[in-house]
Design a protein around this ligand. Structure first.
Ligand code: PHE
Length: 339
């Protein structure tokens, strides 16, 4: 029995020393240390030994078992090292390979131009104000000095929800909210959606975007309006841009004007972008009408102000040379991807 145990130990140790992979190692574990292993059956046979022999063989059996167990642990560590090496050698990582393309979205051109506008005015000390898109006729018309019989109140131009509630047709509504809630000095812009019951075509949409501007303080004059708009236009369209102020009429400003910028494509000689005019109309503006100030609780004897409102689509379309407004709302990625 002694010889048998010794031989078993020698064989197990030499097998474990040369084992190279996890599957073979597992086979060895079952063969040498498992319940049905030779060692187990030898130890079982100890019952038939004499009382003198039994402890001697028992001790030897235990030392053989622990020698095999130790050799097994060593083999296990070795096999795992070999397997890692094998894996490293087979899985070469080429860090110079081009990566998978992650397709990034892009900002909608309207969003892009709007945030450029915001940046420019924030830089001049304006803050951004917001107002509701569902309004009462008071904010859309009455408080903006637009009399009952004015054609802009017509159902043909404005979406009415009830007699008194409507979808705002201009961002000028925000002027009133801001003046009601704040004391001068006031210096805000307010970009947002407006609605008019126009049929859809290349230059009309029942929903479009405007950006309102309002400044109210002591001693504000038309010169401030001019300087502000000139700074904006040069930042938006380029340093050589010139402005042209044409007299106009709005119920809520007096005097009122429409403002054109010199064509940033041809510089004023006439091209397809400015339709041969040399000028591109971008906004309506004027000095806030004293009635408008008064109705919102600001004393026109103490304060004066200017306001302007521009169409964002118009600026996007001229800047990017887009001839059909519908492209801006169709969400065709082939179009949107270009910005
Ligand atoms: N609300 C005017 C429009 O929609 C634009 C405007 C705003 C004009 C502010 C003057 C002052 O046409």
């Amino acid at each position: 029995m002694k010889e048998k145990l010794e031989a078993l130990k020698q064989k197990a140790l030499s097998d474990l020393e040369t084992v190279k992979d996890a599957a073979a190692l597992e086979q060895l574990r079952v063969a040498y240390l498992g319940k049905k292993s030779e060692l187990a059956s030898i130890l079982k046979g100890m019952a038939s030994l004499s009382p003198e022999e039994r402890p001697v063989i028992g001790q030897l059996g235990n030392s053989v078992r622990s020698a095999i167990e130790q050799a097994f642990e060593k083999a296990k560590a070795n096999v795992s090292k070999l397997e890692t090496e094998k894996k490293i050698n087979s899985e070469k990582l080429d860090v110079t390979l081009p990566s998978k393309l992650i397709s990034m979205g892009s900002l909608h051109p309207l969003t892009k131009i709007q945030s450029q506008m915001e940046d420019i005015f924030l830089g001049m000390g304006f803050t951004i104000a917001e107002g509701p898109e569902v309004e009462t006729d008071y904010y859309n018309f009455t408080a903006l000095n637009t009399p009952e019989f004015h054609p802009a109140r017509d159902v043909q131009d404005t979406f009415y929800i009830t007699d008194k509630v409507l979808l705002r047709s201009q961002t000028s509504t925000v002027q009133v909210h801001v003046m009601e809630q704040n004391e001068p000095p006031i210096r805000i812009i307010s970009p947002g959606r407006v609605y008019r019951s126009d049929a859809v075509d290349a230059t009309h949409s029942p929903m479009f975007h405007q950006c309102e501007g309002l400044v109210v303080d002591k001693g504000i004059t038309m010169a401030d309006l001019k300087g502000t708009l000139e700074t904006f236009a040069k930042a938006m369209f380029g340093g050589k841009t010139e402005l042209r102020f044409r007299p106009h009429h709005f119920p809520f400003t007096e005097p009122s004007c429409e403002v054109d910028v010199s064509c940033f494509v041809c510089g004023g000689c006439g091209c397809s972008v400015c339709k041969g005019e040399g000028w591109i109309e971008i906004l309506g503006a004027g000095m806030v009408h004293p009635n408008v100030l008064r109705m919102s609780g600001i004393d026109p004897e103490v304060y004066s102000g200017f306001a302007f409102g521009m169409g964002i689509e118009r600026i996007v379309m001229t800047k990017y040379g887009i001839s059909d407004m519908r492209l801006l709302y169709e969400n065709d990625v082939r179009f949107l991807r270009q910005f």
